[in-house]
Design a protein around this ligand. Structure first.
Ligand code: NAD
Ligand code: WQD
Length: 346
């Protein structure tokens, strides 16, 4: 039997990373996780270990910043990685407008450090967390991977820059195998309710905000805009269960072994658009909690309607999202009901 593949996961203590690390462990991979806990905590790693049972022996964790090149060098010198999954990054759109240098440094400079060390050690397989944000304000939907790309804010620009860096690297050296995954709107949590999203401070995104209203940490949800040209006037997005997203990463990792693969990009979404009010209604139904609403103006920079074309991922990765919005809301509620303060005790 072949030895299990060893995967380095940057940002593996975070929301999407922790769910993916668990799936990798259960899938028989060896995992080495690095994270600086900028937006996560050791508790997430402990919970992943608990959920992984016997497979937990295949998880090694190092508290490390991806910009710390000497530390990365040491890690690559001591371990042979078959591939890297690169989740580490800052992701708050509003904060990126206030602190663009911090975003360029963390996301772009951090990725350069990682790529330089990978290159030096001959590890040239990577799955990267890109985002639907690179479609900017799409003129039509569903968004296909061929759509023109643009950035609406510094965070989005870091994703676009990193995508361009990957395309340039591949053009210079076809030995690289690169898959960039453009996530749409990840929500939900592991069905156990032991791992989930735990943003620091007041949440920016819809479902983390809703979950805090549900447990009484916030009084009401502001609905940003009710006069869009959508079914009920509120913004429409493609929400995807984080468990589906995690499985999409395993599909991408398998694809990296395809001799034909070069530098590719895939959307990870469900292909379905859901409005803010539909999402709130589904959450209320699955939680039995009333979410008080405040009708507010549009949030500056928001697109009206965004959802994915899922054809390419279905065809080439042999992956398709399985969960619907009720399952997303059920699992989001289960997580917050068990962990009203996330990974903190209060
Ligand atoms: P997250 O903040 O929960 O996870 C990111 C992790 O990276 C955190 O644990 C953080 O501590 C770590 N990190 C940040 N900078 C680091 C550094 N310099 N060195 C080491 N670790 C560092 O976010 P997430 O939702 O899990 O997102 C993961 C990736 O997916 C990010 O790159 C994000 O931009 C991208 N993405 C997220 C969404 C979303 O809505 N959640 C959508 C599209 C793309
Ligand atoms: C969804 C809908 C809001 C909060 C962001 C990033 C994007 C990507 C995913 C990383 C919109 C409405 C929200 C609230 C609301 N992240 N809303 N009240 O804007 O699609 O994308 O996260 O790559 O880059 O920009 O997600 O969850 O913020 O908003 O009414 O308190 O919910 O207007 O219609 P978005 P979101």
């Amino acid at each position: 039997m072949a030895a299990p593949q060893c995967v380095l996961i940057t940002g593996g203590a975070g929301y999407i990373g922790s769910h993916t690390v668990l799936q990798l462990l259960l899938g028989g991979y060896k995992t080495v996780v690095i994270d600086n806990f900028d937006n996560s905590s050791q508790v997430a790693i402990n919970r992943v270990q608990e959920l992984a049972g016997d497979h937990a022996v295949n998880l090694t964790f190092h508290k490390m910043d991806i910009r710390n090149k000497p530390a990365l060098e040491k890690l690559f010198a001591s371990t042979k990685f078959d591939a890297v999954m690169h989740f580490a990054g800052l992701k708050a759109v509003g904060e990126s407008v206030q602190k663009p240098l911090m975003y360029y440094d963390n996301n772009v400079v951090g990725t350069l450090a990682l790529l330089e060390v990978m290159d030096a050690h001959g590890c040239k397989k990577i799955v990267f967390s890109s985002s639907a944000t690179v479609y900017g304000w799409p003129k039509e939907v569903p968004c296909t991977e061929e759509f023109p790309l643009s950035a609406a804010n510094p965070y989005g620009r870091t994703k676009l820059m990193i995508e361009d860096i990957f395309r340039d690297i591949y053009a210079s050296d076809s030995g690289w195998k690169i898959i960039m995954l453009r996530y749409f709107n990840p929500v939900g949590a592991h069905p156990s309710g032991h791992i989930g999203e735990d943003p620091l401070g007041t949440p920016n995104n819809l479902m983390p905000f809703v979950q805090q209203v549900a447990v009484g940490r916030l009084p009401a949800l502001k609905v940003f805009g009710t006069n869009y040209s959508t079914k009920d006037g509120t913004g429409v997005r493609d929400y995807i269960h984080v468990a589906d997203l995690a499985n999409g990463h395993l599909a991408a990792l398998r694809k990296l072994s395809d001799p034909q693969i070069g530098c590719e990009v895939y959307n990870l979404g469900t292909g379905k658009g859901t409005s803010v009010l539909e999402m709130v209604a589904a959450f209320e139904k699955m939680s039995g909690k009333k979410i008080p609403l405040i009708i507010a103006g549009r949030r500056p920079g928001d697109a009206e309607i965004v959802y994915a074309s899922t054809e390419k991922a279905e065809l080439e990765l042999n992956w398709k999202a399985e969960y619907g919005i009720e399952e997303m809301c059920r699992d989001q509620w289960n997580w917050v009901n068990k962990n009203p303060y996330g990974y903190q005790t209060k």
